[in-house]
Write a new protein. Structure first.
Length: 134
């Protein structure tokens, strides 16, 4: 026969384990969204010189650069890093006319790939959900 204290001790341990499991699941689901806001803030800071350089190039030439390398060394000493561990470099694309986009892919959970995107027409960083990334 198992003493009553042992049964109660096992019951308490089970509740603790279940509680930590629930907290772990919540953290796994919520944490990426919390970090995304922090990453958007960091991207805004680290990309500011890059955005300014693209705009200066566009003002001087009348069109955005074909590649980011055209900005070095006249507008920037070097291309800045994203300060985002998963992806260190900015992806850049030039659209029709004066439009351009900076983008940094972001992974969420296992296969859902979103992107942080700065579109010249709407000058602010935003999170573009998977499936809407162009």
């Amino acid at each position: 026969m198992v003493p009553l204290q042992t049964v109660n001790g096992r019951a308490r341990a089970s509740w603790w384990i279940a509680g930590f499991a629930v907290i772990g699941v919540i953290a796994f689901v919520v944490e990426p969204h919390i970090n995304r806001e922090r990453h958007l803030s960091r991207l805004g800071t680290s990309a500011a010189p890059l955005v300014e350089a693209i705009r200066a190039f566009q003002t001087d030439t009348g069109y955005p650069p074909a590649t980011l390398n055209e900005l070095v060394p006249r507008y920037l000493d070097h291309l800045p890093a994203t300060r985002y561990r998963a992806v260190q470099t900015f992806s850049y694309s030039r659209g029709p006319g004066p439009e351009w986009t900076l983008e940094v892919p972001s992974t969420s959970l296992m296969f859902d790939v979103d992107a942080f995107q700065y579109y010249s027409r709407v000058p602010a960083w935003r999170l573009v959900p998977a499936g809407q990334v162009r």
